[in-house]
Ligand binder design. Structure first.
Ligand code: ADP
Ligand code: MG
Length: 527
């Protein structure tokens, strides 16, 4: 825990609360996203809100920022009852939202973006001059340096986020809301963001930080509120809780946060990749000569900030994207273009694939769970009744069995895929792919949008498959997940592998540097 998280003393004198929400309820049709929520955020603190996917965190913040109207309940700002029917009212009340999907105008400069919408009538030039000065002061005060004349489109994601923060501060926000702000950042950028947030707090600002990452809560917040299924289950002082206690509050039962696994016992090479290259339809090189091997009984984790070629790597190996180079599976060539370079052929060759984007590639949402279980495997003799017809009864029975093994809820094979929660959809895809007994499993973002309880389960399955002697290629933007599951780690940046490490001999800092494209020393070793 960082030294300056120890700032609990400040709260005792910090009345009234910056924000108080009383009895907030909100339904979307049959879904009650917020149920009688009460929360009080002391002024000058960083207040975390944590909860699983769908717990209702974003809904609550959208109500506070005037995007949604609550069905009932009251908002108090600085002790005063303050209705917030729209975001202008929120800004007037001193509330700023740092958007996750930045709302900046790409071909405008930083300065123009900051002034946009806040300019003093027609006096845009006065406003720009004034803004330049304010910006300079803010940048100095809070480590928020960005070049005011840079175009947004030329800035890294981390810098664009700083512009969003500056924009809120320029509008004199006293209370800043950040909803899952680190999903798109490298670890170094995330550290910088948290330094900025602590600086803002120390100047008296109030920060509401929404995240599902326990580590960020523990390192950054003064207090934390936990939401579960639309209700507020607890608010505690961060210094008086633990990741385990928070996880239990989030899920409603004890959860194993650490992945339990034995040392790997690697066998012969299963997958060999040499000089793999992918050029996309715009002629941009997405993979620029990648080489590695994965052995039986081994998990190779690919770390990296999203968009550095990991998706193309999975797609090329999964037969979903044309590539060049040489790839063999147990010594047999896998075609990278033309005949045999398709998902179906790959499955027949022994490659299972849990794609990153299960909505577009893993599932047909309108089809029943049992139909999705056959998806990609309909040629399998065990599902074949005759040359033309599938054995639907066998499939349904098989699905029921898989649903039981993978604890899919509800365990109803006839339910359409879209009616399962994200975590259960993922379990359906994972069950289908793992139960094929593949030689190689390609698995992308296995726990994105998945509840903590289901994460625990999916991680166990991945390790079990490894221990059954399979080769596993794991792609994840969650460094914790990479660190805890992988037997070896490859870091990708700009279509290349920047280095291979073992989890014991590296740390998040070193991986973070590699993720940002920096190599201190050359790594040599390629397998
Ligand atoms: P969180 O941010 O904690 O993941 P959300 O507040 O986004 O949760 O969602 C809470 C619940 O409300 C979920 O079941 C979600 O599907 C539902 N929900 C959120 N926004 C809408 C909307 N605009 N329309 C319908 N349902 C919604
Ligand atoms: Mg959310």
């Amino acid at each position: 825990m960082s030294a300056d998280a120890n700032s609990m003393g400040r709260q005792a004198t910090a009345a009234p609360f910056a924000i108080e929400l009383k009895g907030i309820s909100k339904s979307f049709g049959p879904v009650q996203a917020n149920k009688d929520i009460n929360i009080a955020v002391p002024r000058g603190t960083i207040h975390g809100i944590i909860g699983e996917n769908g717990a209702g965190k974003s809904t609550l913040m959208s109500i506070l920022y005037g995007f949604y109207k609550a069905d009932s309940g009251q908002i108090f700002v600085g002790g005063t009852l303050t209705p917030i029917p729209d975001s202008q009212s929120a800004i007037r009340a001193g509330i700023g939202m740092v958007f996750q999907h930045f709302k900046l105008v790409q071909n405008f400069t930083v300065l123009e973006n900051i002034v946009l919408g806040a300019e003093d009538g027609a006096l845009l030039n006065t406003s720009l001059t004034k803004a330049r000065k304010v910006l300079k002061d803010l940048a100095q005060e809070y480590e928020l340096d960005v070049d005011p004349d840079a175009l947004i489109e030329d800035l890294s994601v981390g810098h664009q986020q700083r512009v969003e923060i500056l924009k809120a501060l320029y509008r004199q926000a006293d209370i800043l809301i950040l909803d899952e702000p680190t999903g798109v950042l490298t670890p170094a950028e995330a550290d910088h963001l948290f330094r900025i947030l602590r600086g803002l707090r120390d100047q008296g600002k109030t920060i509401i930080l929404i995240t599902h990452k326990l580590r960020e809560i523990m390192e950054t917040t003064d207090n934390v509120s936990v939401m579960r299924r639309g209700t507020m289950v607890a608010t505690v002082k961060t210094a008086e809780t633990s990741p385990e206690a928070l996880a239990e509050l989030m899920v409603g039962r004890k959860v194993l946060l650490e992945v339990e696994k034995q040392a790997p016992r690697p066998g012969p090479v299963v997958l060999s990749v040499e000089n793999l290259r992918v050029r996309d339809e715009h002629g941009v090189d997405r993979l620029r000569g990648i080489s590695f091997e994965i052995r039986a009984g081994e998990i190779l984790g690919i770390a990296g900030v999203a968009g550095n070629g990991q998706s193309e790597l999975l797609a090329a190996l999964g037969g979903m994207m044309k590539a060049s180079g040489k790839v063999t599976l147990k010594g047999q060539d896998l075609p990278l273009s033309g005949a045999g370079a398709d998902g179906q052929s790959r499955r027949e060759a022994g490659v299972a694939h849990v794609p990153e984007d299960r909505h577009h590639h893993g599932l047909i949402l309108d089809f029943a769970a049992w139909e999705n279980v056959a998806f990609g495997y309909h040629n399998d003799p065990k599902y074949q009744k005759s040359a033309l017809f599938m054995d639907n009864d066998a499939l349904r029975a098989d699905t029921e069995k898989k649903m039981a093994t993978f604890d899919v809820r509800p365990p109803i094979p006839s339910l359409a895929a879209k009616n399962f929660s994200g975590g259960n959809q993922q379990k359906i895809v994972v069950a289908r792919e793992m139960e094929q007994n593949p030689d190689l499993l390609l698995i992308g973002q296995p726990t994105r949008g998945v509840d903590i309880g289901a994460i625990e389960f999916i991680h166990k399955q991945i390790v079990a498959l490894r221990d059954a002697g399979k080769a596993i290629l794991l792609v994840s933007v969650e460094l914790d997940e990479i660190m805890s599951l992988s037997d070896r780690i490859a870091v990708m940046f700009d279509g290349q592998i920047m280095g291979l490490r073992s989890p014991e001999s590296t740390n998040e800092r070193e991986l973070g540097l590699l993720m940002a494209g920096m190599t201190g020393k050359t790594t040599g070793e390629a397998a």
